[in-house]
Write a protein that binds this ligand. Structure first.
Ligand SMILES: Nc1ncnc2c1ncn2[C@@H]1O[C@H](COP(=O)(O)OP(=O)(O)OP(=O)(O)O)[C@@H](O)[C@H]1O
Length: 355
């Protein structure tokens, strides 16, 4: 693998990453943490519930997520990350500290808090969305500093995800990856351990969910609770019609309507147009030889939204390319970063022709 993992500011070498003990992916929907020699130790919603009167943290992760929409006025459910960017550093630190508990090892916490002691240099690796602004990179670094890290290596999510999918990124042949998260979708063609061309669009699973909610509101005058959208996705696969329970827009009373699944699927396709445009544009920017490789190999689909039934089929029909869903698509980026910090990714020799 190319020892320099990306271009631009996200340029740690594999040598630097080998010194990290923790790999973190702070996403808009979920936060994942991988510890060297322990594996994935945290996979929780990036959500916190706060008492606005006292500022106390009431709950984090899945417990806080279930409180959304069900809280009294003095409790607010907040998301400190938006589109993969930490927008509330202090809250992100509190959330991470809570979900990590003592998993980081008491030593790290104690040593980083005691003044005057010689501190070991604690290093963390963090995935960053492709094309992140300097302010977003700074926010990720600050967040990890607050947890006691003294050195933070930032890695492009696309590289980490490609490694996590087991793609042969170090070979002189093209691989294409589409990482469809909650707020963003990243598309890239990679070859020889680097990104050849890439694009990010502000569309992900949340936009698709919103399109479904909007369809039910305008076509059936039904308000769908946010927690009912995921079960609805699962029902779209089989039958031609399905029953949906919600609240009548006008009367506010509970109501059940029968919806045509094909019309819901068609509503979901509208936000996906931006993803298809990004795929076309990335292919257009790639050299013809690499595009020819991709005709057979196809697209690797990753990110939590890869779980959405029918998404792979929609992309296959629109691109006429094979589309494969990565195993464990939602955690590929942090697992790829984990492979790098555990030195399971071998660097390409600097001088391959040397005797
Ligand atoms: N089983 C499922 N069916 C449908 N959608 C799903 C399923 N599981 C996860 N998703 C969707 O995946 C998205 C979350 O994906 P992921 O965990 O990759 O996001 P993230 O990395 O936190 O977000 P981002 O990359 O935008 O920062 C959400 O929109 C969620 O609705």
């Amino acid at each position: 693998m190319n020892p320099h993992l990306a271009s631009g500011p996200l340029t740690p070498t594999l040598e630097h990453l080998k010194r990290c003990s923790i790999a973190v992916d702070i996403g808009a929907a979920r936060t994942r943490v991988y510890l060297r020699n322990s594996g994935l130790v945290v996979d929780e919603p990036s959500v916190a519930a706060v008492d606005v009167r006292s500022g106390a943290l009431i709950a984090v992760g899945s417990r806080a997520e279930t409180m959304a929409g069900r809280t009294p006025q003095h409790i607010r459910v907040v998301r400190p990350v938006s589109s993969g960017v930490v927008v509330d550093i202090a809250m992100a630190q509190r959330m991470l500290r809570h979900v990590l508990g003592d998993k980081l090892g008491r030593r790290w916490m104690r040593m980083s808090m005691v003044r005057g002691m010689p501190m070991p240099v604690m290093r963390a690796a963090v995935c960053m969305p492709h094309g992140s602004e300097p302010i977003a990179l700074r926010a990720a670094v600050e967040t990890m500093y607050g947890l006691g890290a003294r050195k933070v290596e930032l890695v492009d999510t696309l590289i980490a995800a490609a490694v996590g999918c087991g793609l042969p990124v170090e070979q002189p042949e093209a691989t294409m990856i589409v990482v469809c998260g909650a707020g963003t979708t990243h598309v890239a063609v990679l070859s020889l351990g680097a990104i050849v061309s890439a694009q990010t669009v502000p569309v992900g699973g949340d936009a698709i969910d919103r399109a479904v909610v909007e369809h039910l509101r305008t076509q059936h005058e039904l308000m769908l609770p946010s927690q009912s959208v995921r079960p609805l996705h699962q029902m779209l696969g089989g039958t031609s019609t399905t029953e949906v329970h919600g609240r009548d827009v006008i009367s506010g009373m509970a109501r059940t309507v029968t919806v045509e699944t094909e019309r819901v699927r068609s509503a979901m396709r509208t936000p996906l147009t931006a993803v298809l445009d990004a795929i076309t544009s990335v292919l257009r920017q790639s050299p013809p030889d690499l595009v020819a490789d991709l005709a057979d190999r196809g697209i690797m689909l990753a990110g939590g939204s890869a779980h959405m039934p029918g998404l792979d089929l929609m992309l296959r029909q629109a691109t006429h390319m094979p589309v494969h869903i990565a195993p464990h698509p939602d955690t590929v980026a942090v697992r790829g970063l984990g492979a790098m910090i555990e030195a399971r990714v071998r660097p390409t020799p600097k001088d391959p022709l040397a005797p």
